[in-house]
Design a protein around this ligand. Structure first.
Ligand code: GLA
Length: 381
């Protein structure tokens, strides 16, 4: 990466590299913007931003993935408008940093990512958080503020009304454990996963056009349900309340998903604590069915992957993960079934849809920070 940096920008004086991971959410989907619970894992797949100060007042950003460099006046970031372009993520973050009192210094940036874009593994948050660290370049911002600032960039600049999960786990990820986040108090606790299980993400390789608009629609439907029940958010409603509130369809089914999903997160964590793998797997499948039928954010490709996974020996549970309408499923399985799982699911999906799905091992990794081992940055995907 240093070599690429020199090729692009001629010099690499003062180069530092920052890393922020993508994530896979084990359970708790579409609950974060309802201030409920989520249980994600930070992945080894991550975005790396190499940055070095530059002379001449310019901020240059190069993406290896897009093979493109864009140039901005470092002193004029505050006035920029979104361009519906990949630079909206780093520029949105830079603008939030300016608002928070951190001047953006002229610099050259090089972005490399191993988080597949559009895969539902949160390449956006990985880019936001790694860019924020590169802009800060050693200046200190409290971790929770970092996550919130990146979420604001996505909501206000990119225009996606997302919850806090992706940015939060990218900052607070832990090796060897999943993390339960309370999206209202913004506190978290480690969730030790029992031995004898592995998680694999399988990529449908599709992202349907509906993803953005339907997400906004779901956020609005949840707000409507909360308003009709006169609660601040769906976090405050019980399943009984939702069923008896006289909500119209589809608002009733949306609210039902959210409140039952919050319950599933708690039960999943309890099952993990007592090593009850069968109960964990069952909850994953229930979560998927609820997203498929009540929340309606799944798609034929995701449903196929879940159903196919459940027919493979050694699989304990499977569900879609992330926003939906494409992206990945996450499957819990016995480690010794992993090789067979990859072969069989790959073959079945290829036969059905004519595309080979990418498959990623979900090894819980650490959250964002400076990456000191500049020589050992993984090659881009
Ligand atoms: C996207 C959003 C998250 C969350 C998930 C669904 O990844 O960025 O905030 O809402 O969808 O759980």
């Amino acid at each position: 990466m240093t070599e690429n940096f020199r090729k692009l920008y001629a010099a690499a004086e003062g180069l530092r590299v920052y890393r922020a991971p993508g994530r896979v959410n084990l359970i708790g989907e579409h609950t974060d913007y309802n201030l409920g619970f989520v249980c994600p894992v930070a992945l080894q797949l991550a975005t790396y931003v190499a940055a070095a100060p530059s002379a001449g007042g310019k901020l240059r950003i190069h993406s290896e993935h897009h093979g493109e460099t864009r140039e901005f006046d470092a002193g004029a970031i505050a006035g920029l408008q979104p361009q519906q372009h990949w630079t909206d993520y780093p520029i949105g973050v830079a603008q939030q940093l300016v608002r928070a009192g951190f001047a953006i210094a002229p610099a050259n940036l090089l972005i490399r990512s191993t988080v597949p874009e559009g895969s539902g593994l949160s390449s956006s948050a990985a880019l936001e958080v790694s860019s924020a660290l590169a802009f800060l370049n050693g200046r200190v911002l409290a971790p929770l503020e970092l996550a919130r600032l990146c979420q604001r960039a996505e909501r206000e600049f990119v225009g996606m009304p997302c919850g806090i999960m992706d940015q939060y786990i990218s900052v607070f990820g832990q090796e060897n454990t999943a993390v339960e986040i309370d999206c209202r108090s913004l506190e978290h606790r480690d969730v030790r996963l029992p031995g004898g299980i592995a998680f694999m993400a399988v990529n449908t390789m599709v992202k349907h056009a509906l993803a953005g608009s339907a997400y906004k629609e779901r956020v609005a439907e949840c707000a409507e349900a909360a308003a009709r029940m006169q609660v601040a958010s769906l976090r405050d409603a019980t399943p009984e309340q939702v069923e008896s509130a006289g909500l119209p369809d589809p608002v009733l089914r949306r609210a039902r998903h959210v409140v039952t999903e919050d319950g599933r997160v708690e039960r999943f964590i309890q099952a993990a604590a007592r090593g009850d793998l069968a109960a964990m797997g069952k909850l994953l499948v229930e979560s998927h069915r609820s997203l498929q039928h009540d929340y309606e954010v799944s798609c034929p490709e995701l449903d196929f992957l879940v159903d196919a996974a459940l027919g493979i020996p050694g699989v304990i549970g499977s569900r879609m993960t992330g926003g939906g309408f494409g992206g990945c499923t996450v499957t819990m399985l016995r480690p010794d079934a992993a090789v067979r799982f990859q072969t069989e699911i790959g073959r079945a999906y290829q036969k059905q849809f004519g595309v080979a799905p990418q498959i990623y091992e979900c090894q819980p990794s650490t959250g964002a920070g400076e990456w000191k081992d500049v020589a050992a940055i993984p090659a881009a995907r």
